[in-house]
Design a protein around this ligand. Structure first.
Ligand code: SF4
Ligand code: SF4
Length: 324
């Protein structure tokens, strides 16, 4: 982020706005990934994503632009379902979002080709989710298999995102084999790694034990020095060892507004919806902002303390305004 953008983000926090907006642009997805939080009961307003009435065509395009104009985010994440289900609408949206100066991230399984028109936007980051090496990934995420993804991203430049699971940590060298494969691909701009985040009380086989989490952290620390596309600063990797205690303590949850596919329902307390277990959070974005929050500005003051003071000032100011 440039200094001017950091100042803009701070201004937006002080005026009581959240600098980041995420929109679940469609309820549809051709995949059925095990552990998908969007399709769990209670994800949004007591329902799962498939139960919402979503939009398409011009209604979707205008609905998204209206939300962007209302919330005026600096960063917009377009998620799903799979945004490529609505690639025509997204292709219409991108020039208009670019004209508004919004940074856009699209998270997809790449089950179909990334449209060529998308490549001309500098402020666009396409993130492709990949669940491990080919045999495991293909079982979990067909029809978005390795073969299909490699076809979909040909001549494109994308961020590869992998969610580490307990199953991966049971095989020595698994993470390195994954990072090595994608680091060597010309289509890979950078590689991000998260860890599986369960709901409170869940028993999914993907959940990492504490020992596996520590091992994953040690492995990522080692790999980042070898594979330059692994875009994970040490400071961020270390945060996986002590995730935010609650959504209230999570700067990512506090600075991001997530809206679901009916373009009305708000996903709380963070993009996972439902009742996520913060003590086992593995969201890389949350760790990234926690690392920023723990950054020492000097005299024992962290950026997080300044952020909390700023939000408290902005909340008090808004209360005054409402009372006046
Ligand atoms: S691709 Fe994403 S939205 Fe679709 S089932 Fe998998 S995790 Fe869920
Ligand atoms: S992103 Fe992680 S730490 Fe933040 S509220 Fe969600 S589960 Fe909790």
């Amino acid at each position: 982020m440039r200094t001017s953008e950091v100042i803009q983000a701070w201004k937006s926090i002080l005026s009581g706005r959240r600098p980041s907006l995420a929109i679940e642009i469609t309820r549809e997805c051709p995949l059925r990934c095990p552990g998908c939080y969007a399709y769990e009961e209670g994800h949004v307003s007591g329902m799962n994503l498939r139960q919402l009435h979503d939009k398409r065509g011009e209604e979707l395009v205008q609905g998204v632009l209206a939300l962007v104009d209302e919330y005026r985010p600096l960063h917009l994440s377009i998620v799903g379902g799979d945004p490529l289900v609505r690639y025509r609408e997204v292709t219409q949206l991108l020039p208009q979002l670019n004209a508004r100066g919004v940074h856009v991230q699209i998270v997809t399984s790449a089950f179909r080709p990334i449209p060529e028109e998308w490549t001309r936007f500098e402020r666009l980051n396409v993130v492709v989710s990949i669940d491990g090496l080919q045999p495991e990934h293909d079982t979990r995420r067909k029809p978005a298999t390795y073969a299909r993804i490699l076809e979909s991203i040909r001549d494109r430049y994308v961020t590869i995102h992998c969610t580490i699971t307990s199953q991966m940590m049971k095989r020595s060298g698994y993470l390195e084999d994954f990072v090595k494969f994608w680091n060597a691909r010309p289509e890979t701009k950078k590689i991000w790694m998260s860890m599986f985040t369960p709901q409170i009380g869940a028993t999914d086989p993907e959940i990492l034990s504490r020992k596996e989490r520590v091992q994953a952290v040690e492995e990522l620390m080692r790999l980042r020095a070898i594979y330059p596309k692994l875009d994970m600063p040490e400071r961020v990797i270390r945060e996986f060892l002590h995730p935010p205690a609650s959504p209230h303590e999570c700067i990512f949850a506090q600075t991001t507004h997530t809206i679901s596919a009916d373009l009305k329902s708000v996903v709380t307390p963070c993009q996972f919806g439902g009742n996520p277990d913060c003590s086992q959070c593995g969201c890389m974005a949350s760790m990234g902002l926690a690392a920023v929050g723990n950054y020492e500005l000097g005299l024992g003051v962290t950026a997080g303390k300044v952020y909390r003071a700023s939000t408290s000032v902005s909340n008090t100011f808004r209360k005054w305004k409402r009372a006046a």
